[in-house]
Ligand binder design. Structure first.
Ligand code: NAD
Length: 504
């Protein structure tokens, strides 16, 4: 019988007897390795109750106490890197090196969370009139619901939740049911770091749990990362239930290359940012957009050469550049997108379908696939393809490249490669993307800058991490206070509307 990964509520693991469960696969082999418990309304009620009770006390602890937990967690995460990377690789299919890269980013998120006393400092004005001082305090929102995707089992959750916890909230987290192992390690590490029971809770599952979370009156704010369709639904349902919602969704990131760029460096950047993690990153470069036919011809040759050197393999093969995609369904969806692009008239330059990895015949592998002459009317251009199939387009001028980039529904990351400051400046001014790279292929901001896309890559006006995330997880209370002189004559009764103002 398979092991069942249970929920984590009030510091205890709950493995339900009976009830729904779902399979967890090892994408490198295609084997079912465990099952994940799927919660329901009752599980959500239990978790929110535990979180509500814990939030009351946790929000009253000192900043020093809260950030001490974050410092300890940082140490524990560093010590647990190998264990975490193994679990992430096994459940996700990404290479161990890639998993360690994401753990490093998760740790950066914790490091920034130790700055919470600074980023949540309030405002104070002395004697606004009549001896009254006014100040605004940022206080935690209460219980935060977090919903995360499969593609970053530890980085996305940690950059999201680190700050939410550090500012004094409690969490109910629904991880991706495809990769729940890292969540359980994190629960253990947070307990060891001294986080009080109930501040951090996990309810596993699918849409049933997401709906229970979005409808629960005990949850004040929801942070979501995942695909655009689901993210829009979460935003609409969450806000309809009067919650503050920040929803970070899909991307289709364009990489513009100017004729003056270092083409070899640009080709290398495209291949690494395009195919890393089997292209299962919201910041992956999807489309290469050379400016000028000559640039396109030269880049295409350089890109082909570099793709030929890529090695696909299981997560624990140290030679592998990237591994399997997450599921059999995902593999089928990517293969369908490839077939549609061929039918639509794109030129298939390299075909990764049918790749065989010796000893891993049932793994969900697709080799690197490259199209040229992708055009804006094609589904291959319009939709996010979460697997290793990338495309080359054509633009005659920078104006056209900017117009193509801006015509897309998504605006997560967009990048330009050039040696010309003026082109770079125009690009960053005119392109409607939340994160822009200049000679940087994956412009994922460091933890102390705000992360978030524009257009249909984000719903709501919060940010996933950075100073603005600390604001999302807190609310203002504004206090007007006066300490009258006890010896003074009692104030006369006044029905005036603005007794504070010195103006007559
Ligand atoms: P997904 O939308 O399928 O799942 C995300 C979460 O929503 C999971 O916890 C899942 O269980 C839940 N969910 C799935 N279907 C649901 C439904 N119908 N109703 C309610 N909840 C549902 O996304 P995924 O496949 O796990 O992750 C990949 C997607 O996430 C890609 O689109 C990628 O671009 C996006 N992503 C975005 C960012 C970003 O910061 N913008 C970062 C990482 C991933």
């Amino acid at each position: 019988m398979s092991t069942i990964i249970g929920h984590y509520i009030a510091g205890e693991i709950h493995v339900p007897q009976g009830g729904r469960t779902g399979p967890i696969f090892n994408p490198s082999t295609g084997e079912e390795i465990a099952r994940c418990a799927y919660g329901d309304q009752a599980t959500m009620d239990q978790a929110v109750q535990a979180a509500t009770e814990a939030a009351r006390k946790w929000s009253q602890t000192s900043h020093a106490t809260r950030i001490a937990v974050m410092y300890k967690l940082r140490e524990l995460m560093i010590a647990a890197t190998d264990e975490l990377a193994e679990v992430i690789g096994r459940e996700h299919g990404k290479t161990i090196a890639d998993a360690k890269g994401e753990i490093g980013r998760a740790i950066e998120g914790i490091e920034f969370a130790t700055n919470e006393p600074h980023v949540t400092k309030g405002e104070f004005s002395v004697n606004v009139g009549g001896g009254i001082d006014v100040f605004s305090m940022r206080v935690p929102v209460g219980v935060v619901g977090c919903i995360t995707p499969f593609n970053f089992p530890i980085m996305v959750p940690m950059v999201m939740m680190g700050m939410a916890i550090a500012v004094g909230n409690a969490i109910v987290w629904k991880p991706s049911e495809k990769v729940p192992g890292a969540a359980m390690i994190l629960a253990r590490l947070l307990k060891e770091a001294g986080l009080p029971e109930g501040v951090f809770n996990i309810v596993h599952g699918d849409k049933v749990v997401v709906d229970a979370l979005l409808e629960h009156p005990g949850i004040a704010a929801v942070s979501f990362v995942g695909s655009t369709g689901v993210g829009e639904y979460v935003y609409q349902k969450g806000t309809a239930n009067n919650k503050r919602v920040a929803s970070f969704t899909g991307g289709k990131n364009h990489m513009v290359v100017m004729p003056d760029a270092d083409l070899d460096a640009a080709a290398g950047a495209f291949v690494s940012a395009g195919f890393g993690s089997a292209s299962q990153r919201c910041m992956a470069v999807s489309l290469l957009l050379p400016v000028g036919e000559q640039t396109a011809v030269k880049l295409r040759e350089l890109v082909i050469e570099k793709i030929k050197a890529l090695h696909v393999g299981p997560y624990n093969d140290p030679k592998a550049d990237f591994g399997a995609v997450i599921s059999a369904q995902s593999k089928a969806a990517v293969e369908k997108a490839i077939a549609e692009a061929i039918d639509a008239g794109a030129e298939l330059v390299m075909d990764g379908r049918g790749i065989r990895i010796p000893g891993h015949d049932n793994g969900y592998y697709i080799g690197p696939t490259l199209f040229d002459h992708v055009t804006m009317d094609m589904t291959f251009y319009k939709e996010e393809i979460f697997g290793p199939a990338r495309g080359i387009m054509r633009a005659a001028t920078l104006d056209e490249a900017i117009a193509i980039t801006n015509a897309h529904d998504y605006g997560n990351g967009s990048v330009i490669f050039t040696r010309d400051g003026k082109s770079a400046h125009r690009f960053m001014s005119e392109v409607e993307a939340g994160m822009i790279g200049v000679n940087v292929p994956v412009p994922l901001p460091v933890s102390y800058f705000n992360f978030g896309g524009l257009r249909r890559s984000k719903f709501g006006d919060g940010h996933l991490y950075g100073p603005d995330a600390a604001r999302f997880y807190t609310k203002f209370k504004t206090v007007s206070q006066r300490w009258p002189d006890a010896a003074a004559a009692p104030a006369a009764v006044s029905l005036a509307f603005n007794p504070v103002s010195d103006k007559s």
